[in-house]
Design a binder for this molecule. Structure first.
Ligand code: MN
Length: 718
């Protein structure tokens, strides 16, 4: 706050300065009048909405959004961004709807404000480095328009500038978040000046004492170096001047936070850092940069291995310069950066330097209509094939949003492919969590397990003891891990079922020799297992259950030598209860149901397939009698079985609904219906139903037959 406004602020009846006139003055320098007028309207709207609200400092709330817009105006951002900056808190803090903003200021502004509000709703809680990186990506992934991030950075910047009024605990949390999250994002976007200020403010708020000490020491060192720096600067300028190269030379200040980080990470003393002298030379073009490099290397000897050409190979955020280190007078190292004016602009304000507004005024000269997004896209091209996978990763989240970032209840961030569901999330945590998951809460609300997750959501998985994966999940899972886990689970399940079935089949076959598995000595079984090249008895049972080994042959092998060769007690049928699991299935050609006379075909790898004895497909199978097994229905059955009926009905409106409702009245589930028009008068309907047995089905058929529109009804012929 300047002096005048702070005085005025205490005088009753005098309107406090909100900074709007300073902002409008700034805009005059680069925005067309129509855009400036929009910003002014946004101010009036915002001031009215925030009326009566104050910041912690006591100032009217509107001073904050105006200051945020001011920071963006320094970066010469466009009208939409500035309007959004002024309105950035109205959705959060006042009863203002997105639609209202859209109606008055346009859809673009509404989306920007909405984007900033959404970012405000998520907070970084976890201190781990890897998590910070994920959080940064999550923020970037959440914004479709990169200007949302710029408003957010400016918002953070102003909050950091005015952080002093906050209680210490809050101050430290915000400072930490600024250093971990926002300064690196500013760097990633090449907003170098923003990054430096955020770091400086964050460092000062987080470690006030260290900051003060370091600041004092660096000032002292700089004072001593002034003369030396001046001398080198003069000789550099002289050399360039003689060669006819125009360009500015300036001594380069190292920033406190980067000094501090260097001291900590490399364990070096302050003196070692401040004793390195930095210079920057800004010339007119890239060509001149290389010429200048030659001149500088002629003046002082270059240090081997320290030259870097970031013009040919730009840094990940688009930064370009030549870097070299020289042996200065008395062997003191001198770091020199050489760049063109255009490169300098990008180095200072990165993405914002490329943010061209369609002013019609052609401030930067005609061709510059590209937007930041295109700049990013261009950078991706530059970097392709290069070493900058990291950059690709980070801008890709904006350009190609194929990842979603979500929180665990403890604040850990997980990255999943777009479209990932709560079940994918559960498996990403742990296979056991996935296998036992029964429900999911997203942002504390219960959601169906198949719900796709969105960026920034907090997901909680509810598990239950003894719960098992549902095979139908595989229809919506997107992560390889979850899919593999389900497949593995089903395979294990199938193996268990196969072993059980194989044991029963073998016992049945042994009856022919008046034997059971229990009566056969273990040694006998072991030797059979070995002979067949299998691991153990379970392996043998599994093979039998899967139909890869035939139970009668194995039984014959197991009977003691001298036992009756054949003609022993004929064994009864294998009893089927419908609960055998995956290795007993019911043929869909004839839909066998309890009380039907049935047969079982041992199908390689699929186990037993149950058919009706009069099924038309049996004649083909009958050619392999050893694969056939007599089976019969167990008296106690708990499950329902699929059956199919066919109807001929008159073509009348509502006839299908009437039939379906009659079926439902018999307490029968309909799985599937098909309708086929025969001619103008009749249609054929096919229903797949769930029934208990033949009696149940007969009741359904009787019920339907009584309907006047039904001409014929019968069970599908086997
Ligand atoms: Mn704000």
């Amino acid at each position: 706050m300047d002096y005048a406004s702070s005085i005025l602020g205490f005088l009753p009846g005098v309107r406090r300065s909100t900074g709007i006139s300073e902002l409008l003055d700034k805009l005059e320098t680069y925005l067309p009048p129509a855009q400036i007028e929009r910003v002014r309207e946004a101010y009036e709207f915002g001031a009215e909405r925030h009326q009566g609200q104050t910041r912690v400092s006591g100032e009217p709330y509107i001073t904050h959004p105006v200051a945020v817009a001011g920071i963006l105006a320094d970066l010469h951002l466009d009208g939409d961004t500035l309007v959004a900056a002024i309105l950035h808190d109205v959705m959060e803090d006042t009863p203002t709807a997105k639609a209202e903003i859209a109606a008055i200021f346009g859809q673009v502004v509404a989306e920007l404000v909405d984007g900033v509000s959404k970012l405000d709703q998520i907070q970084f809680k976890n201190r781990q480095e890897a998590q910070a990186e994920s959080f940064r990506k999550m923020l970037l992934a959440m914004v479709r328009d990169i200007r949302v991030i710029m408003v957010k950075l400016a918002d953070r910047m102003h909050n950091m500038r005015t952080l002093g009024v906050m209680p210490p605990v809050k101050r430290r949390r915000i400072a930490r978040e600024t250093l971990d999250i926002y300064a690196p994002i500013a760097e990633r976007l090449g907003l170098y000046a923003v990054k430096l200020e955020l770091e400086d403010l964050g460092f000062r708020a987080l470690y006030p004492h260290r900051y003060k000490v370091l600041e004092r020491e660096v000032k002292r060192a700089r004072g001593n170096q002034k003369e030396f720096i001046g001398k080198i600067s003069e000789s550099l300028k002289g050399t360039l001047g003689k060669a006819g190269v125009g360009g500015g030379v300036e001594g380069r200040e190292k920033h406190l936070y980067s000094i501090y980080k260097k001291m900590r990470s490399k364990g070096i003393s302050l003196n070692e850092i401040v004793d390195v002298y930095g210079f920057r030379i800004v010339v007119d073009s890239a060509d001149t940069c290389y010429r200048t490099l030659g001149l500088v290397h002629g003046l002082y000897k270059p240090m081997p291995g320290r030259f870097k050409d970031y013009i040919a190979i730009p840094r990940v955020n688009g930064y370009q310069s030549l870097h070299t280190t020289l042996f200065g007078p008395n062997g003191v190292p001198i770091e020199v950066q050489i760049r063109s004016e255009e490169m300098h602009r990008v180095a200072e304000s990165g993405i914002a330097a490329h943010w061209k507004y369609k002013s019609g005024g052609d401030v930067f000269g005609g061709i510059e209509h590209d937007r930041a997004r295109e700049w990013l896209a261009g950078l991706v091209q530059i970097q392709e094939g290069g070493s900058s996978e990291e950059f690709l990763e980070s801008v890709k989240v904006d350009l190609f949003p194929d990842k979603v970032y979500v929180f665990t209840p403890k604040g850990k961030i997980l990255r999943l492919p777009t479209g990932a569901t709560a079940v994918d999330f559960a498996y990403a945590i742990h296979t056991d969590v996935g296998n036992r998951c029964v429900a999911a809460k997203v942002d504390r609300r219960l959601v169906p397990l198949r719900t796709p997750l969105r960026n920034g959501q907090t997901v909680e998985i509810i598990t239950a003891k003894g719960a098992t994966p549902n095979p139908s999940w595989s229809s919506f899972l997107v992560t390889a891990k979850a899919r593999a886990a389900i497949r593995q689970y089903l395979k294990n399940l199938k193996r268990g079922d196969a072993i059980e079935l194989g044991r029963r089949l073998l016992n049945l076959a042994l009856e022919e020799f008046s034997l059971t598995l229990k009566k056969i000595p273990q040694a006998e079984i072991d030797s059979a297992v070995k002979e067949l090249n299998l691991r153990d008895a379970d392996d043998l049972f599994e093979k039998i259950g899967l139909g890869e080994r035939l139970a009668p042959l194995v039984a014959r092998r197991l009977q003691p030598a001298g036992g009756s060769e054949s003609g022993g007690a004929a064994h009864g049928p294998l009893m089927i209860a419908g609960t055998e699991g995956l290795l007993v299935t019911y043929a869909r050609c004839c839909f066998p149901i309890p009380n039907d006379p049935i047969m079982a075909y041992l199908s390689m790898g699929r186990g037993l397939v149950i058919h009706r004895q009069n099924c038309g497909n049996l004649s083909e199978y009958r050619k392999q009698p050893d694969k056939w097994l007599p089976v019969a229905w167990e008296a106690d059955r708990v499950r329902l079985f699929s059956s199919e009926i066919q109807l001929e009905v008159s073509n009348r409106v509502g006839v299908l609904a009437a039939v379906a409702s009659n079926i439902a009245d018999t307490e029968t589930n309909i799985d599937h219906v098909t309708l086929e028009e025969r001619d103008a008068d009749t249609s054929a309907l096919t229903f797949e139903l769930q029934v208990r047995d033949r009696k149940h089905l007969a009741r359904v058929i009787r019920t339907i037959r009584r309907m006047p529109d039904v001409q014929r009804v019968h069970r599908t012929l086997a």
